[in-house]
Design a protein around this ligand. Structure first.
Ligand code: 5GP
Ligand code: MN
Length: 337
């Protein structure tokens, strides 16, 4: 984002605008935190703002202030379509390619609005007039903080904005422990706490509202964990039957993939989750160091993400998907040693 871009964006935001903010499909803590953080900022500046998510998001995010105003495209298509058509500005947050918005893509492509992209994924598509892309930053929520810094408006950060951005930074950094967490991240987070984010309460709301069934599902997942010491790889699978048995709800499997990486010497972890209704296996990949799971997901499982965290999907059966994964590993002998 150039100085001139900032000047132009400041001018655009000087008068009230109709604004739509969009995160990626299956929004996570950073997607919801960054969009709602920006929402609260723009609302305070007297714009007409709405966050439209492609679909539903986990209940551990359903306490955040402003969350109740979110429109889900999947369940309110006509309303979403009209809002997107009439928008003057569209912010797209926490994704790098319009197909990450699922069914919203055609509407976003057609929209006349000026688009502003804020995101930390590699290789952003070229659809926005203004692009703020930085893959070195841990989360889009931290980027929204820097965006407000560029607008010279850090002073506008209130408790609601601080809380949202804290949620996004906390969830995308695994509570400030991943390598993407920098001293700047800590300085930003310190300032968010000063501005009203209640760190202990936020952590409790996101991580400590588990159901008994969710912990039992975690137990099953850990039982299913397989380790290939030779390839420094660990993976977990969960079948649809297992999900049903433990009363699976959206978000219940979030974070489970990281357990594989906690094993000594393991640098590559995956989780395979069967979604019978959609006919796919949803996959998450995580790594430590330079093993590039973004490339792995792109090359083999129609996905993408970051170097150390990516996702993908397979239309094969669960068993066939696992077989495919295992058969690919020897090709990476050089990188996984
Ligand atoms: P998760 O494994 O938590 O679903 O996603 C990890 C990272 O990979 C996130 O940054 C997410 O945006 C990205 N990601 C997940 N699934 C996909 C996918 O199907 N395609 C692409 N391009 N990125 C994905
Ligand atoms: Mn993110």
């Amino acid at each position: 984002m150039t100085n001139n871009d900032i000047i132009e964006i400041k001018q655009l935001l000087e008068t009230p605008k109709r604004i739509v903010i969009v995160p990626h499909k299956n929004p996570d803590g950073d997607a919801i935190g960054s969009t709602l953080g920006l929402y609260h900022y723009l609302i305070a500046k007297r714009h007409d703002v709405v966050v439209i998510t492609p679909n539903d998001y986990p209940s551990f995010l359903k306490w955040i202030s402003g969350e109740e105003t979110i429109i889900q495209h999947e369940s309110e298509v006509i309303k979403s379509k009209a809002l997107i058509e009439n928008a003057e500005l569209i912010f797209t947050l926490d994704f790098n390619a319009l197909n990450r918005t699922g069914g919203m893509k055609p509407e976003l492509v057609k929209a006349k609005a000026i688009k502003i992209l804020i995101d930390h994924h590699p290789q952003p598509e070229d659809y926005a007039k203004y692009v703020y892309s930085d893959i070195s930053i841990c989360s889009t929520s931290q980027m929204v903080y820097h965006f407000l810094e560029m607008l010279d408006d850090i002073k506008a950060i209130n408790k609601a904005i601080a809380t949202c951005l804290y949620v996004g930074i906390m969830t995308d950094t695994g509570s400030f422990r991943f390598a993407s967490t920098t001293s700047t991240t800590h300085r930003v987070v310190a300032d968010l706490i000063d501005k009203g984010a209640n760190n202990a309460e936020i952590h409790d709301n996101v991580y400590d509202k588990n159901s008994y069934a969710r912990l039992q599902l975690l137990g099953r997942a850990l039982n299913n964990l397989k380790v290939f010491q030779r390839h420094k790889t660990a993976y977990i699978s969960l079948s649809q039957d297992e999900l049903n048995q433990f009363n699976f709800k959206k978000g219940d499997t979030e974070g489970i993939v990281n357990y594989g990486l906690s094993i000594e010497n393991v640098v590559f972890a995956a989780i395979f989750i069967e979604h019978k209704k959609e006919g796919i296996v949803k996959i998450s990949f995580r790594s430590k160091g330079d093993f590039d799971v973004n490339a792995f997901a792109r090359n083999h499982f129609n996905g993408g993400g970051h170097i150390n965290a990516a996702g993908g999907r397979s239309e094969l059966s669960l068993i066939e998907t696992l077989d495919k994964f295992i058969s690919i590993l020897p090709n990476y002998n050089k990188d996984l040693k």
